[in-house]
Ligand binder design. Structure first.
Ligand SMILES: [Zn+2]
Length: 293
């Protein structure tokens, strides 16, 4: 484990990066790391994560009692404590409000489609924890549902949460979630998402080890199996009560890519895509420009 002074400097650096990348605005977000078996180092309440100094951090015990520091610990401390309680393997927790991923969290759309190999191997499916009032006991309750089986999740109408085997690991997962959200948004704007087939997802699952990726649960690609719960129990010694969100990866009949999920309207019809020619699109744009002149 790194020394306390290194961890303080690492939190400052991760906060600076989150703020610079627009993952947090004003005083949003919070970061914590394990400082030993009984202690946590955590960002303080009400400071901008882009302008922290190492001396600002708080040290608390695993019950949230402040042991050291001039400032009070993060207002989301209860959520961090719950994650460490549920995940003995987690060494760091990062929470932020990256705008594209948070947009998905506001729209209630989980990042659960098998689209990018890197995302599947590092995070698997990215679920949405139910809405909870920030800084209350509701938030740890909401996070508890998925945290044993997932290293990253969206928080409904709020933001995102990631854990890692070290601080940079947790932070990079936050980057991956936001990057994936941006790519998903562009693909959906373009009107098409080709998914990786279930067989390809299974292949990626087997390759996780060779990439050096340790994740809490297998990539859950087959709905209705309890494979994920058993594996989580094996890894953490906890009972197999984890909830794993299944990734959308249809059977591919030997092919590695499959056509995207067919969207259906409320009436059950296939959602029709609107396609315009360049001429039609130009005419619409000209009309729109005229109307605002
Ligand atoms: Zn927040």
């Amino acid at each position: 484990m790194s020394s306390e002074s290194t961890l303080r400097a690492d939190i400052v650096e991760v906060g600076r990066r989150m703020y610079a990348r627009g993952y947090t605005a004003s005083n949003d977000g919070n970061i914590s790391v394990r400082l030993g078996p009984e202690r946590l180092l955590m960002t303080p309440k009400s400071v901008c994560k882009g302008f922290m100094t190492p001396d600002m951090m708080c040290i608390t015990d695993l019950e949230g009692r402040k042991l050291q520091g001039d400032r009070d610990p993060s207002s989301e401390m209860l959520m961090h404590l719950e994650v460490y309680r549920q995940r003995p393997d987690a060494q760091a927790v990062v929470h932020a409000h990256p705008p594209t991923a948070t947009g998905f969290a506001v729209a209630g759309i989980p990042l659960d489609r098998a689209v990018l190999a890197e995302v599947l191997t590092t995070l698997g499916s990215i679920p949405i924890a139910e809405y909870a009032t920030p800084s209350t006991r509701e938030l740890p309750e909401a996070v508890r549902k998925y945290i044993k089986a997932h290293d990253g999740m969206l928080l409904a109408n709020h933001g995102a949460l990631t854990v890692g085997a070290d601080l940079y690991g947790a932070y990079y997962k936050m980057e991956t979630i936001e990057h994936f959200a941006k790519i998903s948004l562009v693909a959906r704007l373009l009107g098409r998402e080709n998914l990786l087939s279930r067989e390809e997802v299974m292949r990626l699952q087997e390759l996780r080890g060779s990439y050096g990726i340790q994740a809490p649960a297998p990539i859950c690609a087959v709905p209705g199996t309890d494979l994920e719960s058993r594996s989580v129990a094996d890894r953490t010694g906890a009972p197999g009560d984890a909830t794993c969100q299944t990734v959308q990866a249809p059977k591919g009949d030997g092919s590695r890519l499959v056509a995207d999920v067919v969207r259906r309207t409320a009436e059950g019809r296939e959602d029709e895509e609107i396609r315009l020619t360049y001429r039609e699109l130009s005419a619409l744009l000209e009309d729109a420009i005229r109307s605002i002149r």
